[in-house]
Design a protein around this ligand. Sequence first.
Ligand SMILES: Nc1ncnc2c1ncn2[C@@H]1O[C@H](COP(=O)(O)OP(=O)(O)O)[C@@H](O)[C@H]1O
Ligand SMILES: [Mg+2]
Length: 275
Amino acid sequence: MPLAFFLSFLRLLNICFNLTVSLFSREVFVLTKEKEEEKEKKSESKKSGPVIELRGVSKTYRMGGTQGVEVRALSGVDLSIRRGEFVAIMGPSGSGKSTLMNCVGALDLPTQGSILLDGEDIAKMSESDLATVRGEKIGFVFQNFNLIHSLTAYENAELPLLFQNIEEGERRKRLEKIFSRVGLTGRWDHRPMELSGGEQQRVAVVRALAVDPEVVLADEPTGNLDSKTGLEIMELLRELNEKEGKTVIIVTHDAGLVKHVRRVVRIKDGRIISQ
Ligand SMILES: Nc1ncnc2c1ncn2[C@@H]1O[C@H](COP(=O)(O)OP(=O)(O)O)[C@@H](O)[C@H]1O
Ligand SMILES: [Mg+2]
């Protein structure tokens, strides 16, 4: 009798256990599903919203310590850029174009206002998220190419991939494709001094594209090039925009280069005067 009682007690215990386990896993399943749906919704709204949005952005530099003079580089800038747009930023020297680009690319922070990248405020990001933005979401191209002279074209372009710990085979595969894409196959063992200005800027474009960024920021990329080579770089950026859907923001002085650009943002004394 005690044995039969004990066995039925065990059976009851087993039923209770199974019931708890199934209820618990159901709960976990529902929770995981809800979380996934939420994540999906978030990423969908990210995709449909503007890729970059500036709201009331101001930037003041203070020169010569706390007692020094203030230089207001940007004043209350509102700007919204959609995914896949090609935007040219124009304005006189000292009007705040580079400051704007550096803030958008998370190289510098605004003194006031917010900069949303894919809906997330750059100012509120952790240092590691900022590093991801700089390293993966944004590709920079500068006026003076910013290549390292002791490294070959290939090694220069490879740098951002090394920072991301991408393995050698994959690095080579990606870079071969982009080098050929910009017409530089056969030049990758050259050091910057052994390349023309236009070729150096192409290497910089390869480096910017290596991480497959969402946005390419080019600050006067044609400023150090003759007009024909400048036009070629401009065409390359346009193709990247049209064929590969990259969002491209380019700063330029050259009105001739932006003849066919649909959206030109004009900036003066740190303010947008037309967009
Ligand atoms: N790091 C800095 N420290 C102090 N002033 C700066 C700094 N960077 C830019 N400025 C000043 O901010 C203003 C805008 O500069 P910048 O954004 O470089 O203009 P642009 O690229 O249109 O020529 C200028 O008056 C410039 O002197
Ligand atoms: Mg500048």
